[in-house]
Ligand binder design. Sequence first.
Ligand SMILES: [Zn+2]
Length: 367
Amino acid sequence: MTANFSFQRLAKCSQTHARVGIFSTPHGVVETPRFMPVGTLASVKTLTPSQLKDTGAQMILSNTYHLHLQPGEDIVAGSGGLHKFMGWDGPILTDSGGFQVFSLSKMRKVTEEGVTFRSPHDGKIIELTPERSIEIQNILGADVIMAFDECPSHISTYEEVEAATARTYRWLERCILSHKRLDQALFGIVQGGIYLDLRSQAVVDLEKFDLHGYAIGGVSVGEEPDMIRKIVQDTAPLLPVNKPRYLMGVGTYKEMIMAIASGMDIFDCVIPTRWARHGTAMVKGERWNLKNAQFRRDFSPIDADCPCYTCQNFTRAYLSHLVRSQEILAYTLLSIHNITELIQFTQKVRNSILNDHFTKQFAQWLN
Ligand SMILES: [Zn+2]
């Protein structure tokens, strides 16, 4: 543990596990609960860092697997590290590459040592081990780095998930031993698939190490929404109360509310920018396709209550025109709105927990 990081719990809901906290990092604070935008390739798609800052973004997420393949960590280091490379001076989290290796790459081979796979760029064989993943993340220089884990698919058998979870624990020990930078916080990841006994054993194992934070991984990988809910509701309350808790890959209203009520603090998801590129606006938990005829002559903003640059300056009619014309500005303006929408949502939840009317204010999402 170092003085560079701290997590303070400021308030707790009287009826659920929901909590408000402040996670301090070398590049600033993260007020939790908080949604984190995803900048896979050191860029939150179509947004400049200043546009991103205006959405209320605090910590953003970037991707070790993708940055290792392109441009390579040495080029990021050559420009002074990830913050300088991408012009973002706020907190950054990099994931370990585990999820991408297991979900994207074909022809992978898993051994106790690590994973070998073929680069989708040039077909070259690449080996990623716990040591190598941490080394790459140390070179990239994000504030928070993630342990390298084995993320089993949701159709794996109990025995397969059990073996993957045990291996994830052994890999965590190797991650801790190879982690070299005190200005980076290492988070461990709870795996265990859909099996609650494996999840709770994983928490017990992880807690043997005094890590800076804990994540629940391997959810939202194709299982039923009810199952995601069950995993998070059963696992989150087991995690240490004095550390930040990160639910990986989740970012809809309903999922975030359920996770916040279970005691999770930070979230990431690609949907606000991905849906923006499909011409979809996120409005109070709904999805609106701006290509729909009803928006062509609609001269109101996407959401009159939204403080974002897009809603303050443009109409649905204009955005509908941009989307129909496939103008790149459409994707920028919709990404600004969608990210602001999710961050505002987590901010409203935060305020409601501070005032202890979370369950009342968000009752419609809690059922
Ligand atoms: Zn807006």
